[in-house]
Design a protein around this ligand. Structure first.
Ligand code: CO
Length: 295
């Protein structure tokens, strides 16, 4: 081809391409149908009982969002690696979203099944948003708040805790909740929750394993109230290692042992928040809020 012919051809082709609808230029460009999905993200647990709670959460979600596909992922790499050694493959949120992207989802609501908006939650938000707006990818990703986010949530959770206290507990018996606690600024939620609980019932206290308030703070309050018996309850989604060992274990440094040494009789209740429908409803409500932002 002579150079003049080439230029002529280009001069002809450029305006034609400008007139063509973009769908023709890019080929196969039919508009993608909207496809909404839900991704549930828990911290994860190695104890088999946790699976029952997770299934219960999934059932509630499916009932609330009939026909919407539900996927699972876990935010703890330690748990994922432990489970992999047992031959069980659990997805990270990134793996689950890559799969959903491959399956042509356009709108994904991610629900954090964490307790506070701490490290796990913020890491999740940061990563999942990277999946929105990729070429051939998911258009919109929204994340539902964990159990505690707004002041209203803190109050509601306090009211829920008071409702699920074992019926046999008497008025002058204490209830001590074991929260996880964190070095993350969101550790303040435990103190906020304690505040609301005290307003509802002056003998219900919150302590944490890795944050503040600590068990020593709780002991001070128990002594001030002259309390001789305490129900110990995990304030974590699953009654796993912390609940079984750090809270109710027979080791010297478990909360049960520490409190008993102080002359306080202990009744451990080994049930995580995910086992109570009342708490599951709070997560599902948060998912509803996120989902309602989709067209
Ligand atoms: Co821990």
């Amino acid at each position: 081809m002579k150079i003049q012919d080439f230029i002529k051809a280009m001069v002809l082709l450029i305006p034609i391409s400008l007139l063509m609808p973009t769908s023709l230029i890019y080929g196969h460009g039919e508009k993608r149908p909207m496809k909404k999905g839900i991704l549930l993200v828990a911290f994860g647990s190695t104890i088999p009982e946790a699976q029952v709670s997770f299934e219960n959460i999934e059932n509630s979600v499916r009932k609330t969002f009939p026909g919407v596909p539900v996927y699972w992922a876990y935010s703890s790499h330690i748990i994922i690696n432990k489970m992999a050694k047992e031959g069980k493959h659990l997805a990270t949120p990134e793996e689950a979203l890559a799969k959903m992207m491959r399956e042509d989802f356009t709108h994904v609501a991610v629900q954090s099944l964490h307790t506070i908006p701490g490290e796990e939650f913020h890491g999740l938000v940061e990563n999942v948003h990277k999946f929105a707006g990729m070429n051939k990818g998911i258009k919109r990703v929204l994340v539902g708040h964990p159990m505690l986010a707004t002041s209203g949530d803190v109050q509601k959770v306090a009211e829920t805790i008071v409702k699920i206290i074992p019926k046999e507990r008497k008025k002058k018996e204490a209830v001590v909740l074991m929260g996880h606690g964190t070095h993350h600024p969101a550790d303040v939620y435990y103190a906020a929750l304690n505040y609301h609980l005290q307003k509802l019932d002056p003998y219900v206290f919150v302590g944490t394993v890795e944050g503040w308030p600590e068990i020593d703070d709780v002991i001070e309050d128990l002594k001030k109230g002259g309390l001789k018996k305490a129900y110990l309850m995990p304030f974590m989604s699953v009654a796993g290692d912390h609940a079984r060992n750090d809270m109710a274990g027979s080791e010297e440094d478990s909360w049960k042992s520490i409190l008993e040494k102080e002359g306080i009789q202990c009744v451990p209740v080994l049930k995580g928040t995910a086992e109570y429908q009342e708490f599951v409803d709070i997560w599902v409500d948060h998912l509803k809020t996120a989902f309602s932002h989709f067209p």
